[in-house]
Design a protein around this ligand. Structure first.
Ligand SMILES: [Zn+2]
Ligand SMILES: [Zn+2]
Length: 349
């Protein structure tokens, strides 16, 4: 499906999805069918420590939905979860995080740090699995907003019932600490920032009931990562796969929580003279550069430059003239809840 928006084509996807090949509760085929019905164009699957779905030849179009298979690596302490895509192999179980980041980099795979700043009670039923090794470099991206992770963090014995019955409304936004890290690293090189679901659809006990908090279809109507492609997605599997992974490597993506409105028409563009770019792009000169935000419905728009909030305004559009070189991105919020976040446009850096 996808949609032509301005000169570009936007495609909706769910990133970080588990199946019965690890701790998910449905098969890749079943989950893909649910995703297609929910309006997704693609799903990036990430079972723990295996590529069984890839080896079984399940990558490809399932109906109109493109299913791509990576996996989620973890170290021996079950920390430093790393989503690896576009790789033919699972790296060694006993490697350190620095080693699996390095080895997947050598294969030109995509590596995305999962739920990096997860904080939960260590001794509780659901302990945190944070990224601990910030000396590593060479990763492709960071999960800025992980649905399962935020939901679990916000959970208390008192709000459990409310949270269980309105799992989408309780989301607030990308992790502030993670955003700061992402902005800082992006000043040295391009790192993609994604929104992901971390879907398992496992049951959670709420008082006397066992509730399936996030069925896959609820996840797929929540946090999405949209691709910004210069051409429509190919009907040829290998070509379409390359388009998806190229867009992720190039930071041509934006994240959104669709509970607050369909974000497909969101645009964040930059121009300077004859140059025209979207997120992931670079303008050579900041002197006559103009950044422009367009939203499908009014929201609070924040322009963030070099990690600092520069301007905040309510409306459907915002135009901004940068006064210094740097990396620029935007966020759109509705009633204190994050709706959309872009990746960076680079200006003269
Ligand atoms: Zn994980
Ligand atoms: Zn996971």
């Amino acid at each position: 499906m996808g949609k032509k928006v301005g000169d570009w084509y936007h495609y909706a996807g769910a990133i970080h999805v588990h199946t019965t090949e690890s701790d998910g509760t449905k098969s890749l085929e079943e989950v893909s069918a649910i995703g297609e019905r929910a309006g997704l164009d693609f799903i990036l699957f990430t079972d723990h420590m295996n590529l069984n779905n890839l080896d079984a030849g399940k990558e490809g179009f399932h109906g109109k939905l493109l299913a791509l298979v990576g996996y989620e690596h973890n170290d021996l302490d079950d920390n430093n979860h790393y989503m690896v895509f576009d790789t033919p192999r699972v790296y060694g179980k006993d490697l350190s995080s620095a080693e699996y980041v390095r080895d997947s980099g050598r294969d030109n795979a995509i590596g995305i740090i999962a739920h990096p700043d997860e904080v939960r009670d260590r001794k509780g039923q659901y302990p945190p699995f944070p990224w601990t090794d910030w000396n590593v470099d060479g990763y492709t991206g960071i999960e800025l907003w992980n649905q399962m992770s935020e939901w679990m963090e916000r959970l208390t014995p008192r709000n459990k019932l409310v949270m269980a019955f309105s799992p989408r409304k309780s989301m607030i936004g990308p992790d502030v600490k993670t955003l700061a890290r992402w902005d800082a690293v992006n000043r040295t090189r391009k790192i993609v920032g994604v929104a992901s679901v971390d879907a398992h659809a496992f049951p959670i006990k709420v008082g006397p009931f066992t509730v399936e908090i996030f069925p896959y279809k609820v996840h797929f109507r929540s946090l999405r990562t949209y691709l910004i492609l210069p051409e429509p997605m190919s009907a040829d599997f290998a070509a379409a796969k390359k388009q998806v992974y190229d867009a992720i490597r190039d930071c041509r993506v934006f994240g959104a929580h669709i509970r607050w409105g369909d974000p497909v028409d969101f645009q964040f563009t930059g121009r300077s003279g004859a140059e025209r770019v979207v997120a992931g792009g670079r303008l050579n000169d900041f002197k006559d550069a103009v950044l422009r935000v367009e939203l499908p419905s009014p929201a609070q728009i924040r322009m963030i430059g070099n990690g600092r909030k520069l301007i905040e305004a309510v409306g459907r559009e915002l135009q901004f003239n940068p006064t210094e070189p740097g990396i620029y991105r935007v966020e759109a919020w509705k009633q204190g809840k994050c709706w959309i976040f872009s990746n960076h446009i680079r200006i003269a850096v």
